[in-house]
Design a binder for this molecule. Structure first.
Ligand SMILES: *Cc1c(COP(=O)(O)O)cnc(C)c1O
Length: 223
């Protein structure tokens, strides 16, 4: 018997249950390029990474019809390395970072998409802005002058807990924050929420983009 899990099978199973309005980001951080190729071979074209250097290396080795998403916290001095190719940056949480992305996008003569990361979990370790920070930011003239970055929606991470009610409340907070921000800028359409452990609940609460890693690629080894 073969107990080794199959990336292709996991991916196809997951895709078969996703509603069509939900986009799947295959989170491939820490995984070797051979694993990404398996997902690519069954049609996956959106990959998420949380470290800029690792994403650049994989970008160089993988086919060029892939959308690369940066899902991790971004240091401003690293933006330049991914600016030539990154499609969507999920963790935008300050005007300073927005300005840097705009500057590097302009240098590359392109437009980069971003999501505002909203803090929905109680834990201190999670990055993100409050709803009011996000509203203020989107109403500011500085924001309106940034022509080479487009904010397409919001991203959030729920508390790491078994308490489903708590997770549901946090996802609902993100959904309502999204609705408020959409009333400022109607072109917003992405709610990035849900990971391997909580994506069904996230979808119930209105997610339009899930970021799933270990369910597809197996547990990560951080040694
Ligand atoms: C690692 C990571 C994921 C995927 O986590 P899994 O539990 O493996 O699905 C999703 N979002 C972010 C921001 C991550 O860092």
């Amino acid at each position: 018997m073969n107990f080794k899990m199959s990336i292709k099978k996991q991916l196809q199973e997951l895709k078969s249950v996703l509603p069509k309005q939900v986009t799947l980001v295959a989170v491939s951080k820490t995984k070797p390029v051979q694993d990404l190729i398996k997902a690519y071979d069954v049609g996956q074209r959106i990959f998420g990474e949380n470290k800029v250097q690792e994403m650049v290396e994989k970008y160089q080795q993988m086919p060029k019809d892939i959308e690369w998403h940066m899902i991790g916290h971004v240091q401003r001095n690293k933006v330049k390395y991914m600016a030539p190719f990154v499609d969507l940056i999920h963790g935008v949480d300050s005007l300073k970072l927005l300005s840097e992305i705009n500057k590097q996008a302009l240098k590359n003569n392109r437009c980069i998409n971003g999501l505002l990361q909203i803090k929905i979990a109680a834990e201190d370790s999670k990055f993100g802005m409050t709803k009011n920070d996000a509203i203020q930011l989107m109403k500011s003239s500085e924001f309106k002058n940034l022509k080479n970055i487009k904010i397409k929606g919001v991203m959030g991470m729920a508390t790491f807990t078994d308490d489903q009610n708590k997770i549901r409340k946090e996802f609902e907070t993100l959904k309502s924050t999204f609705s408020e921000l959409k009333s400022i800028q109607d072109s917003m359409h992405i709610i990035s929420m849900g990971m391997s452990g909580d994506y069904p609940l996230a979808i119930e609460c209105g997610s339009t983009m899930i970021r799933v890693g270990s369910y597809i690629f197996g547990a990560r080894n951080y040694q």
